[in-house]
Design a protein around this ligand. Sequence first.
Ligand SMILES: [Fe+2]
Length: 488
Amino acid sequence: MDNPMQAHGGHGITRFRPSDPDAPFGDGISPFLEKAHAPIFEEKVLSDLPVEGEVPRDLNGVYLRNGPNQQVKPLKAYHWFDGDGMLHAAHFDRGKVTYRNRWIRTDAFENERAAQVAKYYSVFESNKDNKKRPLKDSANTDIVFQGGKGIALWYLAGDPYEFDPLTLDTIGKTDFSVRANLKVSAHAKVDEDTDELLFFDYEAEYPYMTYGVVGPDGKMKHSTPIVLPGPRLPHDMGITKKHSILHDLPLYQDMDAWRTGRHKIVFNPDLPSRFAVVPRYGDADSIRWFEAEPCFMYHVVNCWDEDDAVVMVGCRYGMSTDKDKVAKAIANLAMDAKLYKWRFDLKTGRTTEGPIERAMNLEFPTSPTALNGKRTRYSYCVTMVEDPVPRFSGIVKHDMHTGAFTAFSEGHGVYYSEPWFAPSDSRRSEDDGYVVAFAYNQPKDRSELHVFDAREIGRGPRCRITIPTRVPAGFHATWVKASQMKGR
Ligand SMILES: [Fe+2]
């Protein structure tokens, strides 16, 4: 066979054909539409891919990654957060790998697909509640797997969309969110022991946040309002086996800008950070609020119960005393985060906190999904560079017990997706398995899929699989074990 890469079952749905694939809508609109971030316009299924090294046969499941992939030329401005959600998947099956990509068929995607022109504004120009200048609810941020289905989520709290984790076909909006008239933020959490989905919705109106629990049957089990002092911009939450942790951080919309339809954020270091520790099925009266030093955080690494306390580890911002600098850095995704630990003492009501690691700027942290809410030792993160927009230049494994870290980078011009821990079929210890990530090689304009031995990240990928298309830079990922998909 001349070409070992077989393409089959592709959809190729878009009528748009860019003359310059590296800047498909023309130069100068936004660096988030060029090079490693440039969208692609074909939906493909590719198998029999060239492999350097050997694909482990005890790695079975699917690596799923979400991210923005703008379908039509933007109206004016464009931010990385604005693009239509596209799913990319690498399905590992007894040593063979199949790559797929598909847009998520959100209402907004279908609307713009039919019109073939942009209907929505950038977060630079609008806010979520602006009827005159609508913002696109794109499901482009995060992925969880629960109840036998993938669910794509949006960071400003939008409609969660279910999809098939193998075909990537969109199934539709989740039944529980439609029935309850709730939106769901990115970073809902799944307890794999109970297959419950724990989520939060947040909004500009009182009570500003709602917390909920969905059962494995997809039905809402519990929900409760989380009353905040005003509208906030939380990004993540934590769970333990007993509690959920919701964030009230001193980062919020500039309300004068909001009223004129603009999205501008303010960091107020005069306010404390507050964390709501709620029993999993707790009501508003059972919330325990803990104050901490003012900060912002995008991402939680993991949380767990420990004696009479709840522990949360995350990537914390706000070490700088320059509040405008902090707000700008957060708005522009200029990551400057440190691994940090909070301990909420349920007996005394006090918080103790401090950095775990001071030297490295680490973000997009992950830990094994099966250990959500249980004490973990390792986290897998990316290192960030500005080039001129944020890119994931390397992968780091951090050991919370010893403080040691191991890291790997291919060097300048090769940028990773969020890495995810993929357990071996017979996992016997926390890091018995692999770490999987897409890597975009900008000089060669092609992507690869890298599989690391999770115990030996520093040795580099155990295998590199060529993906003969660009997998544009994106946001969050997950891993679904083959055993979780049985009976689909
Ligand atoms: Fe995120």
